[in-house]
Every structure is written in structure tokens, then in C-alpha cells.
Design a binder for this molecule. Structure first.
Ligand code: XUL
Ligand code: MN
Length: 344
């Protein structure tokens, strides 16, 4: 019996539709409704930004922060949901305007580390030990504005400070090559793993791979996943899709490249990802044109496509494929894959 996949969503996936060119088009969704949607969609857990779990966490005394996080944990427990991870949200704060960990301002760097330690407190009180580090503004718009050698050291300092906050904490770095910055300092899985290998405790640093981020780096997401799986470092995924090199679209999984989605599911199956206990997370945005009542359809579709692709992977004619490979008949392999994807 294969281990069942477990699914998570982030509250930011159920959003009111603002984009850089227009305001929200749907009313904000109260957190209780997000949790209710997760239950309705038969998801297993929630991905958190630190202030999703504890709003206003910067202005709370440590005991109040823990109390609020425990209340959120109770709300999750009551609904049969689990927390997957907590990500410090550095990129919206005024102190994070030029990046947090790699800011040119020493006070902002100190703030970023302190905020990340608060995210650890939130995670532990919620009952999870995984911190996701998406280094959003850790990069440059003007290349000469920061020193990339110093920036590597600063990223490492932040990683080590988070690891030192508690022995059970693990970090999954979520690399992205651009947006909101022009060039990010940790653009790919290779960079993330290389940085993790230099940490004070490399065993506690892994990665989260987002489909769209790999595509934006010009890479094949399934190869990125394979690379991380081979190292035992794929600790979460953000499945979605991306139509070429533009802004991060967070489209429904499989919506732009169904074969690419098949390949991602295939590598997750081959690497026995479900057995590792890690979750299938989606990072998908509802289209701006979507009416409020149906603003979770993108999550339902992403999960449905994932499950249909699991079935496609499991019914793939592996023996025939192996014959094609043995005879280096890659044209026949190409056809086998395409016909299999098109078969009812
Ligand atoms: C941004 C992105 C983030 C992270 C979590 O592109 O993917 O939402 O997944 O902070
Ligand atoms: Mn993501």
C-alpha cells in the first residue's frame, strides 16, 4: 500500500484578488473561513506566515505570543488540521524594505533575525518545527548596491541564528530567482543546498521547491526535485504552474504544462516523497476574475490534477519505456509518454 499524500494550503492562496495594477476585487476572507475551506477541500494542514498565526506578533510580549499561537493550535486541532510550517514574513515590513538578512542597514539585519526567532517561537507553540525561508528581498535591483560575498555570509548568519533558536528547528529554504528583486541571492536549489551545507548543522537545512520558481530560473522543476530528493533534502513543495518567464503567476498545478506536472509527480513518486512524511503544498492564486464564492476552485483543481497525475504515473508503461531506453529509441519514448498522457 502506497503512503497517502497529505495536502496543505497557505491562507494567502485564498486572497481577495489585488494585483500590482488593481485593488482587491473580493472581500477579505476571515481566517476561520480559510480553515473551513481547508476542511471542505479535505486538505490536511495549513502553511503559515508567522503573522497569519499570530497577527501583530512584533508587539506582543513573549508569553502573549505563545498564548496566541497555542490558541491557533487549538483551532487547528479542533478541525483535525496540522500546521506544516511557519515562514517569517520579512518582505512586507518597513524594516525589510531592502531585504532583511542582507540589508545594508545593520539595524534591519538585527531586526530580521529577531523577527525570525519570533517565527520560531510561533512555530514551536503551534506544534511544528519547520521554518520556511523565502529570501524575498534578499538580493538587488541595482547590482552594485550590495556585496554578494558579504550577502552569502549574512544569509548563513541568519540560518545559524534560526537553527540556534531551538534544537528541533529545521529550515526549508524556498529559492526564487527574482521578484520582488531583480536578482535574488539564493536563486536555485543548488544555491540553497550549498548554503545549507555550510550551516552550523547542515542536517537541519533542506529545501522547499516551488514549480514556478524553478521555471523562472529557467530550470525543470522535476529535475530540481530530483536533485533535492537524491540528497534527502526535499522537505516541502509548492506545486503550481508558470507560463514562461514573467512575473510569478502561481497558476493551477498543470495549467501551463501538463507534461511538466506529470514529470514532477513522477519524480515525487520515484523518490517516495510521501514516505518521507513531507506534505504536498500548493502555492496557487485564484484568478482575479473569480467571484468570491468560488475563490477556492483553484485549490480543488490543483489537488484533482495532482491525484489524476498520480494515477497516470502509476499506470505508465514502465516496461515499454525501459525497452525504449535500452535501445536508445527516444523517439518512441517520446510518443509513449505523449500517448499515455492523452489516453482516457
Ligand atoms: C513567493 C512565495 C511565498 C512563499 C512563502 O513567491 O512563493 O508565498 O511560498 O512565503
Ligand atoms: Mn511559494
Amino acid at each position: 500500500m502506497a503512503t497517502p499524500y497529505r495536502f496543505t494550503l497557505g491562507p494567502w492562496n485564498i486572497h481577495p484578488g489585488a494585483d500590482p495594477f488593481g485593488p482587491p476585487v473580493r472581500p477579505p476572507v476571515p481566517f476561520d473561513d480559510v480553515l473551513a475551506a481547508a476542511v471542505d477541500l479535505r486538505f490536511d494542514g495549513i502553511q503559515f506566515h508567522d503573522d497569519d498565526a499570530v497577527p501583530n506578533l512584533e508587539n506582543l510580549a513573549p508569553e502573549a505570543l505563545v498564548r496566541e499561537a497555542r490558541e491557533m493550535r487549538k483551532r487547528l486541532d479542533d478541525l483535525g488540521l496540522v500546521p506544516e510550517f511557519v515562514a517569517p514574513r520579512l518582505w512586507e515590513h518597513t524594516h525589510g524594505i531592502d531585504g532583511g538578512y542582507t540589508s545594508n542597514c545593520p539595524a534591519a539585519r538585527t531586526w530580521a533575525i529577531e523577527r525570525s526567532k519570533r517565527a520560531v517561537d510561533v512555530a514551536l507553540a503551534l506544534g511544528c518545527s519547520l521554518i520556511v525561508m523565502w529570501p524575498a528581498r534578499e538580493g538587488t535591483a541595482v547590482r552594485e548596491s550590495k556585496n554578494p560575498i558579504a550577502a552569502s555570509g549574512q544569509m548563513l548568519e541568519a540560518i545559524d541564528a534560526i537553527l540556534a533558536a531551538a534544537p528541533e528547528v529545521r529550515i526549508a529554504i524556498e529559492p526564487k530567482p527574482n521578484e520582488p528583486v531583480d536578482h535574488a541571492f539564493v536563486p536555485t536549489i543548488g544555491h540553497a543546498l550549498a548554503l545549507g551545507a555550510r550551516a552550523s548543522d547542515p542536517a537541519r537545512v533542506g529545501v522547499l521547491i516551488e514549480t514556478a520558481h524553478a521555471i523562472l530560473a529557467g530550470l525543470d522543476p522535476s529535475d530540481e526535485m530530483g536533485f533535492a530528493l537524491a540528497a534527502g533534502k526535499l522537505w516541502s513543495v509548492h506545486l503550481n504552474d508558470q507560463n514562461g518567464l514573467k512575473f510569478d503567476q502561481d497558476k493551477v498545478f498543470g495549467a501551463a504544462n501538463l507534461r511538466g506536472a506529470f514529470d514532477q509527480v513522477r519524480v515525487l513518486e520515484a523518490g517516495r516523497y510521501a514516505d518521507t512524511g513531507a506534505f504536498i503544498g500548493f502555492d496557487v492564486k485564484a484568478q482575479r476574475t473569480q467571484r468570491a464564492g468560488a475563490a477556492t476552485a483553484h485549490l480543488a483543481t490543483s489537488r484533482r490534477i495532482f491525484e489524476l497525475l498520480v494515477a497516470k504515473v502509476r499506470s505508465f508503461p514502465e516496461r515499454q519505456a525501459a525497452e525504449c531506453i535500452a535501445t536508445r529509441d527516444y523517439e518512441s519514448l517520446e510518443r509513449l509518454v505523449l500517448e499515455h498522457l492523452l489516453a482516457a
